[in-house]
Design a protein around this ligand. Structure first.
Ligand code: NOJ
Ligand code: CA
Length: 532
């Protein structure tokens, strides 16, 4: 049986930055609701909203102090219910972000836990006796210091591998597990369609607390091989339990952030029997250099690693990595624009569920922000290193060329500065232009919707030229589709084995025939065509 998330195009919303309904400069739930018409017209099927729960915002919502309520900054529970109802009317699914590896240090559970070693919830978190130093080399990666933070009240240290404000749970504790499964049921009962699970492979840590070995990789591993502070086999038992909770609620999806670049580890999170996470994020494309071979190799590796029956997924951008429009910029604006079309065509026609990140459909980019504008704890800790701060990929959505880009009211002060390119790069401009990147995304998404081959078909890559990524998608009883993506800024001569007719092309019109004889692809040209 096919599941809805296998056919869906997902769209990630970073709620602070999407749409501000009350002019305080911070995006909110009512703002998202007001923009659902835009998302429906874009053609996506599901939104994943990064955390909007009560939070002191030390990591902008990835530090939750109440898992069952909305932070006033984002609105109320009533606003969420309205958003869910409106999404349902528009046939859009809604996935929330469950941050279950750690809470905020202001969560009442932690306040109780840290008060005394005999407190009822003490055992919900991870502690070591404070002997004046940390027990191992685990790092708080957003502070660049030790992950073991002193708690004078009990003479212990607690674990926080992000910031000290994100104390980590002991998932070996069965009461804690039960508390999270209840939280999941609570949101399912409200009609939520699933969860994205924050750092899901970090839930369980080495029982002996051994130090991680050294790694040469800075990003995203911070020079350690994380074999002890995350990635323990025991986590699979938890995934099975979570899956049982989700399945009991009906067709709900669990999408794990299974951290880092370990393809085999991510693939294993689906479970050998298909009884763990419905999808584990495949982050490979976030770190891949531009190139036909580079992406083909990555995709083939992912397909080969997935257990039988598991469904693939792909992501080019998210709220933790520089936007791909910027990562894959060419030598000039023309090449950059053309590459964005190639990337979108790949993401939306390759076999697997695509995840879009808000603004990628209009080519939002990253730029260096002055130190005074930085908000991300990682960005502040690593300033002036450019690569690591996450504010540049979180700037407000660019709706129009008016004041504050239509993100906030004219008098509002957006929490992060807008990218000044909003004056010409925005939704309103691109909606009016059939040749825009936004129109390209819409056309690709709609093509994908109408084509069983693109949605669910098998994929076979073929060799035409080292710089051209070429594959065929085919499904029983449906016309096959071929995709030709020239990753080079130069013309490339190729010879097709079968004739085809263009469905969508960045350089040629729909309906144009591609005969089974030599043709020349333009620089960075993308073609989706139907096989005769
Ligand atoms: C992964 C999230 O994507 C990131 O934004 C967050 O800072 C960490 N997990 C900690 O929750
Ligand atoms: Ca607001």
């Amino acid at each position: 049986m096919r599941h809805w998330w296998e056919d869906a195009v997902f769209y990630q919303i970073y709620p602070r930055s999407f749409a501000d309904s009350n002019g305080d400069g911070i995006g909110d739930l009512a703002g998202i609701r007001a923009r659902l018409g835009y998302l429906e017209a874009l053609g996506i099927d599901a939104i994943w909203i990064s955390p909007f729960f009560k939070s002191p915002m030390k990591d902008f919502g990835y530090d939750v102090s109440d898992y069952r309520d909305v932070d006033p900054m984002f609105g109320t529970l009533g606003d969420l219910k309205d958003l869910l109802a409106e999404a349902r009317r528009r046939r859009l699914r809604v996935v929330l972000d469950l941050v279950a590896n750690h809470s905020s240090d202001e969560h009442p559970w932690f306040l109780e836990a840290r008060s005394s070693t005999s407190a009822a919830k003490h055992g919900w978190y991870l502690w070591v006796p404070d002997t004046g130093g940390p027990p191992n080399n685990w790092k708080a990666i957003f502070e660049l210091g030790t992950a073991w933070h002193p708690n004078p009240a009990t003479g212990e240290r607690y674990l926080g591998t992000f910031t000290r404000h994100q104390p980590e749970f002991d998932w070996r504790n069965l009461e804690l597990r039960g508390a999270f499964y209840d939280i999941m049921r609570y949101w399912f009962d409200l009609g939520v369609d699933g969860f994205r699970l924050d750092v899901a492979t970090a839930y369980v840590k080495d029982a002996k607390l051994r130090s991680n070995p050294f790694s040469f990789k800075a990003n995203p591993d911070f020079f350690q091989r994380h074999i002890y502070d995350r990635n323990q086999g025991e986590v699979h038992g938890i995934f099975k339990e979570m899956r049982a909770v989700a399945d009991q609620a009906g067709e709900r999806v669990l999408i794990g952030e299974t951290h880092g670049q370990d393809t085999a580890l991510a693939a294993s999170c689906h479970g050998r029997a298909g009884d763990e996470l419905n999808m584990a994020f495949n982050f490979e494309f976030l770190y891949r250099p531009w190139g036909a071979r580079s992406f083909r190799e990555s995709a083939e590796r992912w397909y080969a690693a997935l257990p039988e029956g598991a469904w693939p997924n792909f992501t080019l951008s998210n709220h933790d990595q520089p936007r791909h429009f910027w990562r894959y910029r060419g030598r000039g604006p023309t090449e950059t624009e053309a590459r964005a079309r190639v990337a979108a065509a790949m993401l939306l026609t390759i076999r697997g569920t695509p995840f879009l990140y808000y603004g990628e459909e209009i080519g939002m980019t990253c730029r260096r922000l002055p130190r005074s504008a930085l908000r991300d704890p990682l960005g502040l800790a690593t300033w002036p290193l450019r690569a690591l701060g996450r504010d540049p990929e979180r700037t407000p959505m660019q709706w129009d060329g008016g004041p504050n880009a239509g993100f906030s009211s004219a008098s509002g002060r957006p929490w992060l500065p807008l990218n000044p390119d909003y004056v010409s790069r925005n939704v309103a401009e691109q909606e009016a232009d059939p040749g825009s990147l936004l129109s390209w995304y819409k056309a690709l998404i709609s093509l994908r919707r109408s084509s069983p081959a693109l949605r669910e078909g098998a994929i076979s890559f073929f060799d035409l030229h080292p710089d051209v990524l070429a594959y065929e998608r085919s499904a029983d009883g449906a016309k096959s589709v071929i995709v030709l993506l020239n990753f080079a800024p130069k013309r490339k001569r190729i010879v097709l084995e079968k004739g085809a007719k263009v469905l969508l092309g960045s350089g040629r019109a729909a309906g144009v025939e591609l005969p089974p004889e030599p043709i020349v692809l333009g620089p960075s040209e993308a073609i989706v065509a139907e096989v005769f």
